[in-house]
Ligand binder design. Structure first.
Ligand code: NAG
Ligand code: NAG
Ligand code: NAG
Ligand code: NAG
Ligand code: NAG
Length: 218
């Protein structure tokens, strides 16, 4: 019985690793540098790269190519923070209205209505706890890491892939996590699958139901 259980759990681990590998090809990640000059469409005179198309890539799901939009949480005491998310087509609304994005002042930014501070270019980050470094903005008083987003080149079998890929600490693979609340509807938030990102309860690389993909910038 004990043997069977061990075998079963080994099989499960092998299966989940296999699906992790098949979902995302064997990619070499090459840093492009941390400033806006490493983004597509950089303008030397203004120091700004944009407008940028920031899209879902290589999930193998129907929303590959979708652009990101904000999912706001209102912080206590005013101000806004939240996640950059994608919404599935299931509720018939298809893709979100694209949110303008650019790189300025060395960082990726989205044009967002930030509540009482108004509509502005808001820095985007990957932050939260080590296990949940979420693609978002204004995340309040969280423990580290608070990753500065960087761009990377993907090379597959010596072939440089078009576009730049978003990530941090040389990691460009993100986990997509489904949420569905009465107030917000359905969405997926992304967490960077960087160091110490294994699920804290199970020790597995991915959360239950989570799948992998990239964020592509063109
Ligand atoms: C991925 O590619 C690297 C370098 O090209 C190679 O060393 C490694 O064995 C490959 N891994 C797999 C799982 O194919
Ligand atoms: C640029 O970024 C720095 C550090 O992140 C910040 O202190 C400064 O206010 C920013 N400047 C603008 C114009 O947003
Ligand atoms: C990322 O990779 C580059 C080499 O490609 C290396 O120089 C750098 O130290 C790495 N950074 C981190 C945080 O691992
Ligand atoms: C999402 O939640 C709503 C209400 O909470 C429910 O009616 C709907 O069936 C859920 N959608 C899915 C795909 O589970
Ligand atoms: C459908 O998606 C939109 C965003 O595209 C969201 O505002 C709305 O709440 C969703 N509705 C349901 C029922 O999930």
């Amino acid at each position: 019985m004990e043997k069977l259980r061990t075998l079963l759990s080994k099989t499960l681990v092998a299966l989940s690793l296999a699906s992790l590998i098949s979902a995302v090809p064997n990619v070499t990640v090459v840093p492009l540098g941390s400033g806006c000059a490493s983004y597509p469409g950089y303008d030397d005179a203004s120091g700004i790269a944009g407008p940028l198309r920031v899209t879902v890539d290589s999930t193998g799901k129907e929303f590959d190519g979708f652009q990101f939009g904000p999912q706001f949480s209102t912080a206590v005491g005013g101000g806004a923070w939240g996640f950059m998310v994608i919404r599935p087509v299931a509720n018939g609304t298809a893709e979100l209205e694209p949110t303008p994005m650019q790189c300025a002042n060395d960082t990726l930014q989205a044009y967002l209505d930030m509540g009482f501070v108004g509509v502005r270019w808001q820095n985007l980050i990957a932050a939260g706890t080590p296990a949940e470094s979420v693609f978002g903005f204004g995340l309040p008083d969280l423990p580290d890491p608070n990753y500065h987003l960087e761009t990377y080149q993907h090379v597959i079998d010596g072939e440089v892939q078009p576009g730049a890929y978003l990530g941090a600490v040389n990691v460009t693979t993100w986990g997509f996590n489904y949420q569905n609340f009465t107030e917000t509807g359905e969405y997926y938030f992304l967490r960077l699958l960087g160091p110490n990102s294994n699920n804290l309860a199970t020790g597995e690389p991915l959360n239950p139901g989570e799948f992998t993909g990239y964020i592509k910038v063109t």
